[in-house]
Design a binder for this molecule. Sequence first.
Ligand code: HEM
Length: 502
Amino acid sequence: MDLPTTIWTLLVFAAFSVAIVAATKIITRRRRRRQQSAAGPTTTKRPPPPVSPGIPLLGDLPALLTKGPLALIRDHYTMLGSVFTVRLFRLKLTFVVGPDVSSHFYRGLDSEISQDEVSQFTIPTFGPGIAFDVDYATRHEQFRFFGDALKPVKLRTYASLMVHEVESHFARWGQSGTVDLKQELEHLVTLITSRCLFGAAVRERMFTEVGSLLRELNDGMRLVTILFPHLPIPAHRRRDAARARLGEIFTEIVRSRKSRTDDDDDDDMLQCLLDARYKDGRGTTETEVVGMLVSALFAGQHNSSSAGTWTGARLLTHTKHLRAAVEEQRRVVARHGDRVDYDVLQEMETLHRCVKETLRLHPPALMLLRHARRSFTVRTRDGREYEVPKGHAVASPLVLHNRLPHIYDEPDKYDPDRFAPRRAEDKPGGALAYLSFGAGRHICVGEAFAYMQLKLIWSHLLRNFDMELVSPFPRTDWNVVMPGPQGKVIISYKRRPLPTTD
Ligand code: HEM
């Protein structure tokens, strides 16, 4: 299946168009009868967003083929402004770029701008009974269960578990050597996440197998999956086998936890999900708990390990910021000794900004998607108003949004200081200026957990090692739904005590 990237791009976008149109038809038809009476007429009609010229029938497909998705979006933004529609066969995909025009996308009701139509492809990965396999109200409650399991009071407990995992992992490194940072962090993040989700005993037993099953799940969520979630390609077959095996492993874990008779208080997410109650009083089913564990592990593992690797690649190629981050560790150690906990982590503001800036430049997805169930109006910075028609797919391209020059000074530059209090470049744009964790109604519930994990890993590395990036700065793999660094990311390391500046 080694087709050139351009052909993949063609297939993927062709697939994407048909998928969205098909999904939209099915879901819209189901809702039309219910919504018809509620959909009031638009009082003042605004023009629709400008449409990219494209060519008859194919629309922008040829341009996509030659330029790739990122360049296509950038060019249309430059040519048509912050709201524009791209045609791909019959699909009309409207892009909204920038805080001024993104409010409805992030804050609108799901009954008006929804995720369902554009997220069905995740069902084979997450499994039955959860997320986009259930109605919005149920899904909303399930995400609340995650939120409850990731509250600050729980995070405090997770911090000490994470410290233990981080220290034992890096204790295995020698005095000096060369490693693939990407592989190392995938491994470590899986250990940490498993420990916080399932508890110590289980994590010891299952790590090796679960790590490789998760890799199969991620590899099976390709762009082509958006159209044909069940296309019989090897990656999908491996995904289905991996999901089935994960289901077996986690079911066994759930059953064994439920049958425990000792009085031990479990401090992990599994227990939170087993204890959770829907508003109508019913508890979670075994299938739901298994699905939630798979999706939490999937979300946590892939996004966080990619973010950790990008953080390394950025720091190791920006000496000024690397020095500032090491210097901060020195100050923190001087205050607290070599002990890191939840409160100590909050003091690492420089490191926090380094991770935040990394995620600004390397967000977890090219774009987030919604479906317009009703038309809505947007007003651009220069006062133009457009009505995005009902039925359009709507995209918020994180990569472009996070690099807008009217928000970020020299937006392509890695500059963590832009988030320092005296500059705070994202503040004037409000909550929609920085979108790496989403915003509004569907903002990521795992953000604090992810920061904690990433800061603990990098705090440990900066305290204990001199490192250099040996391989070239990684490229981004845009051919998967959740793009990460492409290929190996080789670093050399040398153990050393934390340097003092006295
Ligand atoms: C670096 C790590 C992470 C990044 C960059 C990230 C990014 C995001 C983004 C962009 C969204 C919004 C999706 C949308 O609006 O369509 C989101 C939602 C979500 N994330 Fe994360 N995430 C990360 C880690 C995690 C972790 C560790 C968990 C849980 C253990 C998690 C659970 C969720 C959930 C449940 C939602 C859906 C919230 C809702 O729809 O109400 N994420 N994440």
